[in-house]
Design a protein around this ligand. Structure first.
Ligand SMILES: *[C@@H]1O[C@H](CO)[C@@H](O)[C@H](O)[C@H]1NC(C)=O
Ligand SMILES: *[C@@H]1O[C@H](CO)[C@@H](O)[C@H](O)[C@H]1NC(C)=O
Length: 383
């Protein structure tokens, strides 16, 4: 007796130490992996052997004079002149009683929203320079200005998507049947967002109930539905779309799955489709429910909404590294219920709109930072 218990203790100790060591090594590897972020070497910025990202800073004195009454602001995009265009709900509010369990809008008898729902604000002063869209919409959601200046909107009560001419504000394309949800490709069910390629192909996120993305050719015919049955992919409230056109990638704010998913947009014919069945996914513990995304080159700018105790803030994401690069927030207050985001094509101006409180934030991104000067893969909140 005596020796055996000692040896067994030693053995147990050795196993414990080995396990801890293995865990430590795997954590260190994880850390090194996160730091280098070198999953896709080819997207690394050639100039600096790193990744230059713009840092958003709030423009605190914008707008210079208070805006007129605004309801819940659900959409924002930037027009060809660089001015933000917003979509708001006037006096209408989305409540639990707005829809029944068949997704049918219950306030149709209250009529369309009487206020102008689409406002263009001057980019330097924030003053309203144009407004329209009264007596047309029932429950505004997404708004996107395309490369030719056409304004695309979705209305979740109408279950429709519209494309308006920038000049006379006439609908040149109407998709879906008014107040009639459906699951075939002629119908939507509370569509949320649109993304339009420069060649005229476009995507519609459909939406709260069908949880699918429809892709259209330039003539408005459906050419693809995401996900297809064989694809190992499913969405839970695809809430916002962004195209990374140079990379032929479509990204989806997959809100209730608390992630951003990016798929092959298939805008261009490729003999071999590299992304087939392997969507990119950004799924991080502090991302929470992602409400909206907007693209800049190979980057995405995103806002989350209230999710348990996770801070509500802005994020800069890299789809190709499948990671958060940076998080940011305004200086003069807090984001509470951000609903949409838009960044200008050269990345210098960024807008976030919110629902309760109904407001719009402007950010500028004068400073570009080389990410790899920093110790951590993503930088702490800029204050
Ligand atoms: C970015 O675009 C805006 C117009 O939208 C222009 O006024 C500004 O000078 C541009 N900035 C840079 C750095 O290119
Ligand atoms: C939802 O409302 C519509 C019309 O308001 C009605 O026809 C339909 O039966 C309702 N569905 C349910 C499940 O109550």
């Amino acid at each position: 007796m005596g020796a055996f218990p000692l040896i067994s203790h030693l053995l147990v100790g050795l196993v414990v130490i080995t396990t801890c060591y293995a865990n430590l090594i795997s954590e260190l590897k994880q850390y090194a992996y996160t730091r280098s972020g070198s999953q896709n070497e080819e997207v690394t910025d050639k100039q600096n052997n790193g990744l230059l990202i713009p840092i958003p800073r709030e423009v605190s004195d914008w707008p210079v004079i208070p805006l007129p009454f605004l309801g819940q602001i659900s959409g924002v995009s930037i027009n060809l002149q660089g001015h933000p265009v917003i979509f708001h709900r006037g006096k209408r509010v989305w409540e639990d009683s707005s829809f029944n369990s068949s997704f049918i809008f219950q306030k149709q008898n209250e009529g369309a929203i009487k206020d102008d729902t689409i406002l263009t604000l001057d980019r330097s002063s924030g003053v309203v320079i144009e407004s329209w869209g009264a007596n047309t919409f029932y429950l505004p959601h997404g708004l996107t200005v395309d490369h030719e200046g056409f304004i695309w909107v979705t209305d979740v009560a109408l279950h429709q998507v519209f494309k308006f001419s920038p000049h006379d504000k006439k609908a040149v394309l109407t998709l879906g049947e008014a107040f009639t949800p459906g699951t075939d490709i002629q119908h939507f069910c509370m569509p949320t967002s649109t993304a339009i390629a420069s060649d005229g192909q476009f995507f519609i996120a459909d939406g709260y109930c069908n949880k699918r993305i429809l892709k259209y050719d330039t003539n408005g015919h459906v050419t693809r539905v995401y996900p297809q049955e064989y694809e190992y992919l499913s969405f839970s409230t695809p809430h916002s779309l962004a195209l990374l056109e140079d990379h032929d990638t479509l990204c989806v704010a997959d809100r209730e799955n608390m992630r951003v998913v990016c798929v092959d947009a298939e805008l261009h014919y490729k003999p071999v489709r590299v992304n087939d069945q392997q969507a990119l996914s950004i799924h991080a513990s502090d991302l929470g429910r992602v409400f909206a995304i907007s693209s800049l080159g190979e980057l995405l700018f995103a806002v989350n909404g209230p999710t348990a105790s996770i801070p509500v803030q802005g994020f800069t994401l890299s789809p190709y590294r499948e990671t958060i690069l940076h998080s940011w927030a305004p200086i003069s207050g807090h984001l509470e219920n951000p609903h949409d985001i838009a960044i200008s094509p050269n990345g210098t101006e960024l807008y976030v709109v919110e629902i309760s409180p109904n407001r719009i934030w402007k950010f500028q991104t004068s400073q570009w930072v080389n990410l790899f000067k920093y110790t951590y893969a993503y930088m702490p909140l800029e204050k």
